[in-house]
Design a protein. Structure first.
Lengths: 679, 565
């Protein structure tokens, strides 16, 4: 699938340039205040700049270098956020370009064909507009009259136009898409600034971004940790004074900044923005970050059978003649009955029997012998043909054909029927001149890779429940074949809702995909509702995520993005805290070694001098933010696995790594700055 | 001297045997599933006008708790100040000064039992038996009550009621503390601890001079001092005194009774939760740091004093300064680590005389937040807070909103975790302690120069904030300055966590319980235990490393380098 957003205009170089400029703009205290850890860092940087000049004239070079690196730490954090925003904004711009400014033909009412042209920005919820062939649809809405094919490639990247029709399950249209045939009347369902694209833009632009619940919780923890380190550092001069050690403000500032979790603090918003951005890259629009995070928590997924698990069109797969009837007879009759049948089922019967057609077949030499074809109707549930030679062939639901033939089911027929049902198929009886010849088995074919995807979900700890209108026998068979954990047969909007409520009462977090209006209550009830873009406005309103590609298995990707966001935050928090151990070993001996020379034993990195030890720790603290920006943007890799496995893996990389990395990093920086004579 | 591994093995085996058994009993009497209220309980409730069916909101629970505690402080404080005029004062002990009375009252009500005074010469028998001993029962009962409320936060769903404080208190006292301490007292009497109304005994020493040794109802005091992790001794010398702790066997009994309830409460938690594995994981997470501490402390003491060895002392003797010969290095180090791991604070040796590293261990045990078993009730409720914190970090790393025992951990809980577990210790030890050391009035009481002096003051404020109550000694704390500051530290260390824990309990009880799935991070396995220990150690290390570097670490490293102060 092509994604037009990928070809966003900004090149990497210009994006970096504008991010650099933005990181200076973000020094505005009002913007910094959104991030408590970085705000604290900036305050400390300011204090140490002032005191660095005024106090301790002997160490002014060191003090100013420390102050400089503290500012750089803040700038790096700003840069991380700016670059994540830049990527998001590039995508948002592409989306916004799609929306564009167009003229809309507003109608006074459905009965009144006269229209006034107004700018699309002036449209309000409930307005009626006519969209003619070749025009852009001016806003999100619902087709209330007419049918048209719509080119949605600007948003979905899918080049084939789709049908949008009033009164159907495919009545929703998105602003910015183009009508390629016919003319439709659309009722606008979103005010300007509140359309799906507008919401998406808000999610990837940092300034207005709402923090997600877990992000808020983590921020609280980071504030708590910062507070502790503030207590530690603020009280240190008093304890040190007892040993006649005078600690200058710039040194204490250096200690405080290296201890507070600046690494995660600096990257936190970048992780959030990049997560949203990844979601847009999957062509999914979220109404809130909360929904994406909730997707990571989901442990139960309700998924529609048709179109998701199976191809959705049942295909003939087997012919089962009754005793006394040959395969060939049944095949011929079924083929004849289906030749004029335009339904996918009919076509598949022709395909199947064509494969089996033998040269000895004598029935259809020359022209088609059909005198009259009987089309399928929902009330008779039968279709067939009357031939010129007087033969009358019918096929259809077993009970309907029996009724038509005025017979009751023989024991053999019942057995065959059940056999097909149990295997997940739909039995179709074929009768010739009121005599039942046998059964054609129609099977809903399960998509080839779906089982692997469900296995993946199971490894993530998500239970899948298939929802289908089929009878329980068929449902069970398909469920077994597809490898879902459970199924809901003969589903109705009511029992779908019931199922979700019950699962939620048991404490499950439920996700559901749906498209029809009758899905809306269930979508609203589910913790995460994913509506297909092709679905009705009701479904789209009720859901908290909209999938522009209308691909129900997309939920797996959404879950991944949600989990990745959490994992990235957790991993970098662990990394950040683990780093402090090495920083202590660098700074603490440096501070006290003058009075207690024995503390040199704690200088296990063998750093050159107290000054270079402190400066190295500060520089490491700043550089690590930049070094981790790619990881924050990419997100920590998530592979579906049990929680213990995941934790063990991430803990060994980010916990142990976080413990060891700074020892090496600080030592290398120490060697470098001493070689350069900076200290 | 070879380490006495047998003693340690007996101790750990005793703990592992007794805790689960007592846990069963505790869960039956403290969390009765059904059946009529026992007659004694019913009668007590009727007398006090308590409706035992009425459950409380967490704020109401806290209110009741504070009412009883503030009342207890006022009562005890007035008793101590007026003891000179009150009956049962055979030694004619005068009333205490206001600041000493305040400090002592707050200290006993909060289960700290920091003693700025010498017990035998400053407190009348009446105050000892009715004042201090009453609080020795009420303060651990308060700990158990808060723990029960916290556990209900996990076991209940969709409710804002977390139990009734008065009922929890009553049950803890009459079914747990009274019977167990009676039994322990009998064991101690068997070992020779006096239990008498005689005020003193006069003995003739070897040199022929007359020595007056105070007596009293010591065994009963001693029992609840240990069982309730109180630690306030009858004598100034505490459990080093032969009348408090006469034999190695009584020493073992006392050590076991310190960790008995804290350990058994963990097991009770597992039973109340119906998930014994979860409790066992916490038990192991407490046991491992404890053994680590014992190993380091014992090793350090066996190394002996480098300066004495340099002066010709036998290095095999280890560091016996300040230790009782009948307990030896093993019995003293083990006791020191246990009493500080639990927030007991009884001592059978002078921690001030330990080597720098050996003295560092008890101090760190307190600084870790009194969660290595910890005080009765308080140890487990703070440990559960650490578990919540651990799960929060671990949960993020497995890609789900963190949950512990089926309860989602969200911003509100994390905020409260900060107040319950992260902030109180640094606030009391670092802020109040630094205030103390910053003033001349605070520094004058310090006995030793150099880093050891800093350790003495740091230990006092650590012990107060951790509600431990053990003294490093070496700090003359009975001054208005220290008495008031220590009272502040004690108050922060006790009530900040209690308030936050009760708020968390209320918040958790209100949530639904999430079922376990493959994506749930299991909290009953080794990985969680390791991570929990890691979090506790790292939080402790990051908070105290700089100040410890100025105290015991500088002292130890300097001593190794041959420098004295």
């Amino acid at each position: 699938m092509s994604r037009p957003q990928e070809s966003a205009p900004s090149s990497t170089a210009s994006m970096v340039r504008s991010a650099l400029a933005d990181s200076l703009v973000k020094l505005d205290p009002r913007q910094l205040a959104r991030n408590p850890v970085m705000f604290t860092t900036a305050v400390i940087a300011a204090v140490s700049t002032i005191t660095g000049v005024t106090t301790d004239a002997g160490a002014i070079g060191l003090n100013l270098q420390i102050a400089l690196w503290l500012w750089i730490t803040v700038l790096f954090a700003n840069f991380a956020e700016a670059i994540a925003e830049g990527r998001g904004r590039a995508r948002a711009d592409a989306l916004r370009a799609v929306q564009g400014e167009t003229r809309a033909h507003r109608l006074a009412s459905l009965d009144d064909p006269t229209s006034h042209d107004v700018p699309s920005r002036g449209l309000r919820c409930g307005d009626l507009v006519r969209v003619d062939r070749g025009e852009l649809i001016p806003g999100d809405g619902e087709v209330v009259q007419g049918i048209a094919s719509v080119d949605e490639s600007a948003i979905t990247g899918e080049s084939a136009p789709v049908i949008r029709e009033s009164g159907s399950d495919r009545s929703a249209v998105t602003g910015g898409t183009r009508v390629v045939s016919d003319s439709i009347i659309v009722r606008i369902t979103a005010d300007p600034g509140d359309s799906f694209v507008d919401r998406m833009i808000a999610l990837v632009e940092g300034a207005q971004r709402q923090k997600t619940p877990n992000e808020i919780a983590l921020t609280v923890l980071l504030i708590g940790l910062s507070l502790i380190f503030l207590l530690v550092v603020a009280t240190l001069p008093a304890w040190a004074a007892y040993a006649d050690i005078r600690l200058s403000v710039p040194l204490l500032a250096a200690l405080l900044v290296t201890l507070i979790p600046t690494t995660i603090g600096g990257l936190l918003s970048a992780i959030g923005i990049a997560g949203m951005d990844r979601l847009v890259a999957h062509n999914v629009i979220a109404r809130s970050g909360r929904a994406v995070e909730a997707a990571g928590d989901v442990d139960m997924l309700l998924i529609d059978k048709t179109g998701t698990i199976t191809f959705g069109n049942r295909r003939a797969t087997e012919l089962l003649p009754l005793s006394g009837v040959s395969q060939q007879q049944l095949a011929d009759a079924a083929r004849l009955a289906s030749l004029t049948d335009p339904t996918p089922e009919g076509k598949s019967i022709v395909e199947l029997t064509t494969q089996r057609k033998t040269s000895s077949s004598s029935l259809e030499q020359g022209r088609e012998p059909v005198a009259q074809s009987i089309d399928f109707s929902a009330s008779t549930r039968i279709s067939g043909v009357d031939l010129h030679d007087g033969r009358r062939i019918r096929k259809g639901a077993v009970s309907a054909v029996l009724h038509d033939c005025d017979q009751t089911a023989s024991e053999e027929l019942t057995r065959l029927t059940e056999k097909v049902s149990r295997a997940g198929g739909t039995p179709l009886a074929v009768a010739l001149n009121h005599r039942i010849l046998g059964i054609v088995a129609l099977t809903d074919v399960v998509k080839p890779n779906i089982k692997a995807r469900f296995d993946e979900l199971r490894r993530m700890g998500i239970r899948t429940v298939m929802i289908t209108g089929d009878n329980p026998l068929t449902a069970a068979a398909i469920a077994a074949e597809a490898g879902v954990d459970d199924y809901l047969a003969e589903a109705s909007p009511e029992n779908k809702l019931e199922l979700i409520r019950k699962a939620q009462a048991e404490g499950h977090l439920v996700a559901m995909c749906g498209d029809g209006s009758n899905d809306a209550p269930a979508l609203a009830q589910a913790d995460v509702g994913v509506a297909m873009n092709s679905g009705t406005p009701a479904a789209r309103e009720a859901a908290n995520l909209v999938d522009l590609d209308s691909d129900p298995t997309k939920l797996i990707d959404i879950v991944m993005v949600g989990k990745q966001m959490l994992i990235s935050r957790g991993a970098l928090t662990t990394f950040s805290i683990a780093n402090d151990v090495a920083k202590y070993f660098a700074i603490v001996p440096a501070l006290f070694v003058g009075t207690y020379p024995a503390l040199q034993a704690l200088n296990i990195m063998q750093l050159e001098s107290p000054g270079s030890a402190i400066l190295s720790a500060v520089i490491f603290n700043a550089l690590i933010i930049v070094a981790l920006i790619p990881l924050a943007l990419r997100g920590v890799a998530y592979t579906p696995a049990g929680a213990s496995q995941l934790l063990a893996r991430n803990l060994s990389i980010y916990g142990l790594g976080g413990l060891i990395a700074p020892f090496i990093g600080i030592k290398l920086i120490d060697l470098t700055i001493n070689a350069l004579g900076l200290i | 001297m070879r380490p006495d591994l047998t003693q340690l093995c007996v101790y750990v085996a005793g703990l592992m045997l007794l805790c689960p058994l007592l846990g069963i009993y505790l869960s039956r009497v403290l969390d009765p599933k059904a059946g009529p209220t026992p007659r004694l309980e019913r009668w007590l409730y009727r007398c006090c006008g308590i409706d035992e069916q009425r459950e409380q909101h967490w704020s109401e629970y806290l209110q009741s708790l504070l009412t009883l505690n503030v009342g207890g402080v006022l009562l005890l404080m007035s008793m101590l100040m007026l003891q000179g005029w009150l009956p049962l004062n055979p030694a004619n002990t005068p009333g205490m000064s206001w600041h000493l009375a305040l400090n002592t009252a707050v200290s006993f009500v909060t289960n700290t039992n920091w003693q700025s005074y010498a017990g035998e010469s400053s407190v009348s028998a009446l105050c000892q038996m009715l004042g201090l001993t009453l609080q020795n029962f009420l303060s651990p009962a308060t700990g158990i009550a808060v723990l029960l409320a916290m556990i209900r936060g996990f076991t209940r769903v969709n409710t804002d009621r977390i139990g009734n404080y008065w009922v929890d208190m009553t049950r803890s006292v009459i079914w747990v503390l009274l019977p167990i301490s009676c039994f322990t007292a009998l064991l101690l009497v068997w070992q020779g601890v006096p239990q008498t109304f005689d005020a003193r005994i006069v003995a003739t020493t070897l040199e022929g001079s007359q020595q007056t040794i105070p007596l009293g109802a010591i065994a009963s005091q001693e029992a609840i001092k240990m069982i309730g992790t109180n630690g306030g001794g009858y004598f100034n010398a505490n459990s080093a005194h032969p009348y408090e702790n006469p034999t190695p066997l009584s020493n073992m009994i006392e050590m076991l009774s310190i960790l008995l309830l804290p350990g058994a409460l963990v097991m009770m938690f597992g039973r109340m939760l119906d998930q014994p594995r979860q409790a066992r994981a916490l038990f192991v997470a407490m046991l491992i740091p404890l053994l680590l501490g014992v190993a380091i402390c014992t090793w350090a003491e066996q190394q002996g004093n480098p300066f004495l060895i340099a002066a010709g002392a036998d290095p095999a003797g280890g560091n016996m300064e300040g230790k009782e010969v009948r307990f030896g290095i093993s019995g003293s180090s083990l006791f020191a680590v246990i009493t500080t791991a639990a927030s007991c604070g009884a001592v059978n040796a002078m921690h001030d005389s330990f080597t720098a590293l050996g003295g560092l261990v008890p101090m760190v045990m307190i600084q870790l937040g009194e969660v290595i078993f910890g005080g009765v009730g308080s140890g487990l409720y703070v440990m559960l807070i650490f578990a919540v914190l651990t799960v929060f970090i671990a949960g993020l790393m497995v890609g789900r909103t963190p949950e512990y025992l089926g309860k989602k951990i969200e911003a509100r809980e994390i905020k409260l975790v900060v107040f319950a577990a992260l902030l109180p210790m640094p606030l009391g030890t670092l802020i109040v302690g630094a205030t103390a050391i910053a003033f001349e009035a605070g520094r004058v009481g310090i006995l030793n120069p150099g880093p050891h002096g800093l350790s003495e003051l740091l230990y006092a404020y650590t012990s107060a904030t951790g509600n431990n109550g053990s003294a490093f000694a070496g700090l003359s704390a009975n001054t208005p300055f220290h008495n008031v500051l220590l009272t502040i530290a004690i108050t922060i260390g006790r009530y900040l966590p209690i308030a936050a824990v009760l708020a968390i309990a209320g918040s958790l009880a209100n949530k639904k319980r999430l079922p376990v799935s493959a994506g749930t991070f299991p909290t009953d396995r080794g990985l969680f235990v390791a991570l929990l220990i890691g979090v506790i150690l790292i939080v402790g290390a990051l908070t105290y490393f700089p100040v410890l570097a100025l105290g015991p670490v500088a002292e130890q490293l300097s001593a190794t380098a041959g420098r004295q102060f």
